[in-house]
Design a protein around this ligand. Structure first.
Ligand SMILES: [Zn+2]
Length: 312
């Protein structure tokens, strides 16, 4: 009996030692290496997270999250954009016990240097003034709070005031659970906001990036004039495991991938992060009849005349 007990205790202490040997979350975060997105060997973080690779893997093209400030630097040019002040809403409206939400907010603010998950910017690219907003998935998974929805509405106001197109860089899991029904109202409010932009005949382009789910894809991101996606983005409402458990069926190949959304008409095209800015500008110039549009019209006219000649 004693022997048996001693064996169990010895095994228990061995397990404890092993667990202690494993790297802590902090150690993983501070390490120069990360687990591979492709292949079997660990990857040097600096080979992916740099200005040239723009947080994408050169081997498998996986697109890692691109925080809003980096995104704006890449789109408008380094520090060539103005950060727009967005309304401040009192924290923790439902007063969660133990300040659990307040603590989460404080940690997210410290990690991202943002007040909420959305940042709004106004700047110029190719001589065209453009308003854009981006979601940071490092801020509680990019969840949309009342304050985030207000930031999106502010972006719509700025676009209308300055008569600029509006661009949304959408990623994240949807509305924040800690604000329950209050954050759900943000879905309706943001749809009304972007509709005002459209009523002013200003183009509204949404770009699905990384993973985009829940109330984000089901509100402002889903009603854009043009919908692009960054390569290999996952887009849906409920996550794959929820759908699998509900339907009790195997999911089709490419389920919720950007390629599948293009096939079914929910998305217009997907591009690598390195080329998507130019594609956006081409579309904006055509829509707003600027600069290249004359060349575009010329090409279309010459094509037409060739066709007419051939026909005759
Ligand atoms: Zn990879």
């Amino acid at each position: 009996m004693v022997n048996w007990l001693q064996k169990v205790i010895a095994a228990g202490s061995k397990i404890k030692e092993r667990i202690r040997d494993r790297a802590t979350r902090e150690e993983i975060k501070n390490s120069k290496w990360m687990s591979p997105c492709c292949g079997n060997t660990p990857i040097l973080k600096s080979s992916i997270f740099n200005d040239e690779q723009l947080n994408t893997c050169s081997n498998c093209d996986k697109h890692f999250p691109f925080p809003p400030r980096q995104r704006f630097d890449h789109f408008y040019g380094k520090n060539k954009w103005e950060l727009i002040d967005t309304p401040r809403i009192p924290d923790d409206p439902l007063r969660w016990p133990g300040d659990v939400y307040k603590k989460k907010l404080a940690a997210a603010r410290k990690a991202t240097d943002q007040r909420c998950s959305v940042l709004v910017a106004l700047g110029e690219r190719d001589g065209m003034k453009i308003t854009s907003f981006a979601i940071n998935s490092a801020f509680i998974g990019g969840a949309i709070s009342v304050e985030s929805a207000e930031a999106i509405l502010k972006a719509c106001d700025v676009a209308i005031e300055n008569q600029t197109p509006l661009i949304a860089w959408s990623e994240g899991g949807g509305q924040i659970m800690f604000e329950s029904g209050l954050s759900l109202q943000g879905m309706a409010r943001t749809v009304l906001g972007v509709n005002e932009v459209k009523k002013n005949n200003l183009p509204y382009i949404n770009i699905y990036t990384n993973k985009c789910y829940g109330g984000i894809s089901a509100s402002f991101a889903g009603v854009s004039d043009i919908a692009f996606a960054e390569k290999s983005s996952m887009i849906g409402f409920a996550g794959q495991s929820i759908v699998r458990n509900q339907t009790r069926e195997d999911l089709p190949e490419n389920f919720q991938s950007s390629l599948e959304l293009i096939r079914t008409g929910f998305c217009d095209a997907e591009f690598h992060r390195k080329e998507i800015n130019d594609k956006i500008m081409t579309v904006l110039k055509i829509l707003l009849k600027k600069d290249s549009v004359s060349k575009f019209e010329e090409n279309e006219t010459s094509k037409l005349s060739i066709n007419t000649q051939q026909a005759s």
